[in-house]
Design a binder for this molecule. Structure first.
Ligand code: SF4
Ligand code: SF4
Length: 67
């Protein structure tokens, strides 16, 4: 299964409103989440369905398919 990875070299949470990762909103299952504002999100790989919805929502292309 294809899973997601955060490219931390591209992720700039300070560019998201109030430091909230907009890509997390696209994951209905809350697999992609931030510990707190202004930090890059993380993917729970055990629960990720590989649907790729989140990859379309990061304006900086920091959420990408991995593997
Ligand atoms: S992954 Fe994209 S949308 Fe999420 S905090 Fe980083 S830059 Fe913002
Ligand atoms: S690929 Fe789908 S299930 Fe996985 S983190 Fe993105 S939106 Fe959530």
């Amino acid at each position: 299964m294809q899973v997601m990875a955060i490219d931390k070299s591209k992720c700039r949470p300070e560019h998201c409103e109030n430091g909230i990762c907009v890509a997390t909103y696209s994951c209905t299952w809350k697999v992609l989440e931030q510990e707190k504002p202004y930090v890059p999100p993380a993917v729970d790989l055990k629960r990720c369905l590989g649907c790729a919805r989140c990859t379309f929502t990061c304006p900086l292309g920091a959420v990408q398919a991995a593997g």
